[in-house]
Ligand binder design. Sequence first.
Ligand SMILES: O=P(O)(O)OC[C@H]1O[C@H](OP(=O)(O)OP(=O)(O)O)[C@H](O)[C@@H]1O
Ligand SMILES: Nc1ncnc2[nH]cnc12
Length: 207
Amino acid sequence: MSSAQPNTSQDAAGRQPASSSASAAELASTKITLLEKLRRFQDFPIKGINFIDILPLFQDPTVHEKLLRALELQVLHFASASKPDVVVGLDARGFLFGPSLALRLGASFVPVRKQGKLPGPCVTATYEKEYGQDYFQMQEDAIKPGQKVLVVDDIIATGGSAAAAGSLVKQLGGELVGYLFILEIPFLKGREKLGGVDTVTLLETDD
Ligand SMILES: O=P(O)(O)OC[C@H]1O[C@H](OP(=O)(O)OP(=O)(O)O)[C@H](O)[C@@H]1O
Ligand SMILES: Nc1ncnc2[nH]cnc12
């Protein structure tokens, strides 16, 4: 994909894609709607974690549509100013919206999965997250050298998961153009692990 301008024509499904004329007021109102839908569960999955549940964002189709539209608009803010060739979504909650967003952007979707789930030759990266250590994998032929890649996930907490996904993209020769998250937990300073790569988050927690 090489277009540096927002697409103003309809997509294959006949939807009006995001345009720069979409008002800041609409986006601000969407953010309030989305924030109100988030739920908190104290001490899940382990004691001391204030778990933020994003699943209600997908229960109501109107809210789900607002979320996708807002994320599509956020992509226009990346400094690379071009749509990605590939959207990489992280296991498991990045799979809830990554494929839909990729379709809207005319990009392919590639999953990063936890170790042992993907068939064939894979690249692997280990990482620490808010509640433990894990391994991520990506299929070796999933990204072609030089493709522009956007990594997406629901939440950036410590940034460990996202940084590991970025390292997989780079191992395969992809050009990591940015990270996009629905929600950031700022006090955990996850951005600091992302090596200065362009990072956009739709929502922030204040807790
Ligand atoms: O910034 P970090 O500290 O790395 O944390 C963020 C990650 O943690 C959660 O996933 P989790 O590993 O719980 O897996 P799940 O999506 O399968 O529940 C979340 O969906 C992010 O992927
Ligand atoms: N506090 C949190 N809530 C939900 N998902 C998370 N992933 C990492 N930290 C999280």
